[in-house]
Design a protein around this ligand. Structure first.
Ligand SMILES: C[S@@+](CC[C@H](N)C(=O)[O-])C[C@H]1O[C@@H](n2cnc3c(N)ncnc32)[C@H](O)[C@@H]1O
Length: 342
């Protein structure tokens, strides 16, 4: 069983199914050559996983975990699949509580709307703007924006993972009285109407990952953003991606008619967020791993547990992992970007 490549983004895996999947993965290690996930820094090569399979596994685990406690005993459901960043002191206050377990994710979503240009645009429309998010995960950020940042907006949250969209429909959609719609679709071929969005949100969506290159998938993804935006509409985008991929993406976006208005590098604050968030992230990883009996199998289980532990920590960009180091040495940079459709 190759859990990194063979799971479906159309399926939600129950706790029982997850036990079998992890058990099979542990046993498969008996015949595996070099492990794909590094046991020292969690590194995983791009060619060794398929993002549809990886996120399918992760969202099923998050969903099966339900409410958990952070390191201070504060209960929350892990729904922000977001690294985020510590709030810049030069920006207007965010209003997000300093003890909120998912504050860095909330910062990342709130930060899209700190620019004066977009504030003025939204104010001109009395806050009645329509947003489409491409790669919303569980819709936690969409819910935060609708509830706390833009209380008069409407929002369509799109993700390619069925489990993430089911979580959005269960946890976030009902409270918003029709203002939030959750759509299960691949954003590269989206049925959202042309020129229907005032603002497109891209928040840590798993695209533009190749160093210095805009892939054919990235092109289709950006073309969708352009197509669904109204003329003069805005793209707000934030992520930690390979440093050289930022300029390659801006250059491509320019060729399709998207102008770069604002860009701010918040990598230092993203590193600070990962440092401060490490106790919560590490506790969450341990809580997840403790649920799986497969990891209790002598030798094979112990070895796989270490790979899973480091792999998950790397996914969270926790200190000591490859992705954390990539931010430290600036091979990856976290930027917050505002663009406009010409
Ligand atoms: C790191 S998660 C971020 C999720 C969410 N934006 C957040 O910050 O919590 C990356 C997300 O991108 C989604 N994704 C990647 N490529 C996509 C595509 N082509 N269409 C829709 N979703 C995509 C994945 O399914 C995953 O949910």
């Amino acid at each position: 069983m190759d859990i990194l490549k063979s799971l479906s983004n159309q399926s939600q895996y129950s706790q029982t199914k997850l036990q079998w999947i992890i058990g099979a993965w542990v046993l498969a290690s008996a015949v595996e050559g070099k492990p794909k996930i590094s046991s020292t820094d969690g590194d995983l090569a791009e060619e060794d996983y398929d993002k549809a399979s990886l996120y399918s596994l992760l969202y099923s685990i998050y969903s099966s975990m339900g409410d958990v406690e952070n390191e201070f005993g504060v209960k929350y459901e892990f729904t922000f699949n977001t690294w985020g960043y510590a709030w810049p002191t030069t920006w207007p206050a965010s209003g997000i509580k300093a003890d909120d377990p998912q504050r860095f994710g909330k910062n990342a979503y709130t930060g899209h709307f700190h620019w004066k240009i977009i504030k003025d645009f939204i104010a001109q429309k009395d806050g009645k703007v329509h947003l489409v998010e491409m790669g919303c995960g569980t819709g936690a950020g969409a819910h935060h924006i609708c509830k706390n940042v833009l209380p008069n907006c409407t929002y369509e949250a799109v993700d390619m993972q069925k489990t993430a969209i089911e979580t959005c429909r269960r946890k976030h959609v009902p409270e918003l009285n029709g203002r939030l719609v959750a759509t299960h679709a691949n954003a590269t071929s989206l049925s959202v109407k042309d020129t229907s969005a005032d603002i497109v949100v891209i928040n840590e969506t798993h695209v533009t990952e190749m160093v210095g290159v805009v892939t054919p998938e990235d092109e289709k993804f950006f073309q969708t953003a352009y197509r669904i935006l109204k003329p003069g509409g805005y793209l707000v985008w934030a992520n930690a991606i390979p440093t050289g991929t930022w300029q390659a993406s801006f250059d491509y976006l320019k060729t399709i008619g998207m102008n770069l208005l604002e860009v701010e590098d918040v990598t230092d604050l993203a590193i600070q967020a990962r440092d401060e968030d490490a106790p919560r992230a590490n506790k969450y990883v341990e809580d997840c791993l403790n649920r799986f009996v497969g990891f209790k199998i002598p030798v094979l289980g112990t070895r796989r547990r270490k790979q899973a532990q480091e792999g998950l920590k790397n996914f969270f960009r926790s200190p000591g992992t490859r992705l954390y180091e990539n931010m430290k040495d600036r091979s990856d940079t976290y930027k917050v970007v505002l663009m406009q459709k010409a």
